[in-house]
Design a protein around this ligand. Structure first.
Ligand SMILES: O=C(O)CCCC[C@@H]1SC[C@@H]2NC(=O)N[C@@H]21
Ligand code: NA
Length: 589
């Protein structure tokens, strides 16, 4: 079949004809080099200015002096990596705009962090989110939380380093491990030199580059397709504008429910309790600045989602293939931008900005929790200078670990977007459950917490690995409506499309349906597993008494939910817990 650069068009074996790889002009390399140099420059500036990164308060917490604008852009950048830049357009291109409904999850996914998690965590004046777990439960629970977080971020980092380098190599022959090393080393250097201040300000710069690169591709793509109405006609006829899918089936990969409801738990696991984000909230100069930064994330995150979705639609309108792997997004973009010197370089700069801003946040947050949760408690007498030096060594060593993890990603295959979302669901979900257990259920105790986390992680890996082994998550791509006019031109493609589109999904039963749970439900499912098991074990081993709970570690959920009740009724109903004591109301200090 004549799909141009693909030697075969079956979904399994997609290889590109190396003879037509796209090459860069000098301008493109210069733009890429300028991006790396600018990031290094910002890192160097913060290494030589201010307190010159001589204390952990500055190196890890930016002196708690940040304002809401840089914090909010840095919050976006932390979890908007090359995975989203090429994974989301590939998703939209292949399956239609159903994924766009994840934007509905951003409302509660940011309101709850702003009004529940930030007040509790900010007023405890923590450095690591997992210090909360020791205050609320015990040291053991804190260590479990920290180790789980480290596991999650190390794997996620590998995916983020690998994705742009692999995609670029496939299209431009750009040396794969050269790109991985360049990204990893530049990132390690400026993170190690400039600390959280450098990470936040490079995130600001890189987020702007990210938006600019995506916008450029959209503008050029629309122009080349013949205008907005032409793009709309093709994506509409190509069956890429998804209707609201209210199918309640939890094994359906993307529906309104899995994205708008399951997505809330995914957002809470990232923007509520993930150390990378919590550290940014804690680096804000006041709690109000932290809450405001969370609110400011909303429009920018919607813009980021819109840009990547529209990019997928424009790509579809411009080139009619049924199915593309995420790394082929680069090919289409390079194809679109050929002959426009500097634009391929801008898009590559956009891709690596997305990667650098995520990886630097991961390095810095990993160094922080390792320092605060695993090292400092054993060396209380350690001097500031030595602690800061050790933090820098940690940031660097995480950089090297990340390069090794990049190779592991090589073996994971599958769509990078799904890999990233699965990691968050499988590991982020249980951590979210642990924090919810601690904040909303005063009766929960340490044994319950540890058992709950352990059960949650075991169940999540059982489903996650089960779904990979049973391949039940494979949803066939959405065939464009083959009868429509714009496809009739190329008969070969139509026969291929119809051949591929009449694949019937084998209906899963029993355990298989368990494995085929949509990965968008992993966060919610694992969060509830931890809470339910945690509560059961807590009641079995003797629930905690109100007076034993550290003040400020409980969020008065019942008090807030029934806030509208008259004080008398409220007093009777919810501010008196079953143990006969009043729940701690967070003081407004
Ligand atoms: O881009 C990545 O590195 C990970 C994929 C996106 C992660 C989630 S999806 C919902 C939220 N919106 C984002 O832009 N990132 C997070
Ligand atoms: Na990023």
């Amino acid at each position: 079949c004549d799909l141009g650069f693909f030697s075969t068009c079956s979904q399994e074996t997609v290889t590109m004809d190396p003879s037509i790889q796209k090459h860069f002009t000098v301008v493109d390399y210069v733009i890429f080099a300028v991006l790396l140099a600018a990031s290094m420059g910002i890192g160097l500036y913060y290494a030589l200015s201010g307190g010159r990164q001589r204390t952990t308060q500055e190196f890890l917490m930016a002196d708690r002096s940040m304002r809401c604008l840089p914090v909010s852009l840095s919050l976006i950048a932390s979890f908007q990596s090359a995975v989203a830049i090429i994974g989301v357009p590939a998703e939209i291109y292949t399956h239609g705009t159903q994924y766009w409904f994840i934007g509905c999850a951003y409302v509660l996914g940011l309101l709850i962090p702003a009004h529940v998690f930030i007040p509790v965590l900010y007023r405890l004046r923590l450095s690591s989110a997992y210090q909360y777990l020791e205050l609320r439960f015990s040291k053991a629970v804190r260590i479990c939380g920290t180790l789980t977080f480290i596991f999650q971020m190390v794997i996620y980092m590998g995916v983020c380093v690998y994705t742009p380098a692999f995609a670029l190599n496939a299209v431009t022959g750009f040396e794969l491990w050269g790109a991985v090393l360049a990204t990893g080393l530049v990132c390690t250097v400026y993170t190690t030199m400039g600390g959280l201040k450098a990470v936040i300000w490079t995130d600001v710069f890189q987020t702007i580059v990210m938006f600019a690169g995506q916008l450029a591709v959209i503008v050029v793509g629309v122009h080349q397709t013949g205008g907005v109405s032409e793009v709309w006609r093709k994506v509409w006829e190509g069956n890429r504008i998804s209707a609201l899918d209210l199918n309640p089936d939890p094994t359906e990969r993307h529906t309104f429910w899995t994205l708008a409801v399951g997505g809330v738990f995914l957002m809470l696991s990232l923007y509520g309790v993930n150390q990378a984000q919590v550290q940014r909230y804690l680096s804000a100069r006041t709690e109000k600045e932290a809450v405001r930064s969370c609110y400011m994330v909303f429009p920018s995150l919607q813009l980021a989602l819109a840009l990547s979705c529209v990019m997928g639609l424009v790509m579809f309108a411009r080139s009619i293939f049924l199915y593309i792997y995420p790394q082929m997004v680069i090919y289409f973009v390079m194809d679109m931008l050929q002959g426009l010197p500097g634009l391929p370089g801008l898009f590559v700069a956009c891709l690596f900005s997305a990667a650098l801003s995520t990886i630097s946040s991961a390095f810095n947050s990993l160094a922080t929790v390792t320092m605060e949760d695993l090292i400092k408690p054993h060396f209380p007498a350690m001097s500031e200078a030595r602690a800061t030096l050790l933090s820098k060594v940690l940031a660097m060593s995480y950089g090297l670990v990340c390069l090794a993890m990049a190779y592991l990603t090589h073996l994971m295959g599958d769509s990078v977007l799904q890999v990233a979302l699965k990691i968050f669901g499988m590991v982020g979900g249980p951590i979210l459950g642990l924090f919810c257990l601690g904040m909303f259920f005063p009766w929960a105790n340490s044994v319950g917490a540890v058992t709950g986390l352990g059960t949650g992680l075991s169940v999540s890996f059982w489903i996650g690995i089960g779904s990979i082994i049973s391949h039940s998550s494979g949803t066939k791509p959405l065939p464009p409506d083959c009868s429509s006019s714009f496809l009739s031109g190329n008969t070969t493609t139509v026969t291929q499309l119809s051949a591929l589109s009449n694949v019937t999904l084998s209906h899963s039963s029993g355990l298989k349906s368990f494995y085929s749970l949509s990965y968008m439900w992993y966060s919610a499912f694992n969060c509830f597993t931890v809470i339910v098991i945690g509560l059961i074990i807590s009641f079995l081993t003797g629930p905690m008494k109100e007076q034993d709970v550290t003040p400020g570690t409980i969020y008065p959920l019942l008090g807030t939910l029934f806030g509208f009740l008259p004080a008398r009724l409220k007093k009777k109903l919810c501010c008196v817990t079953p143990l006969g004591q009043t729940v701690f109301v967070i003081s407004d200090n």
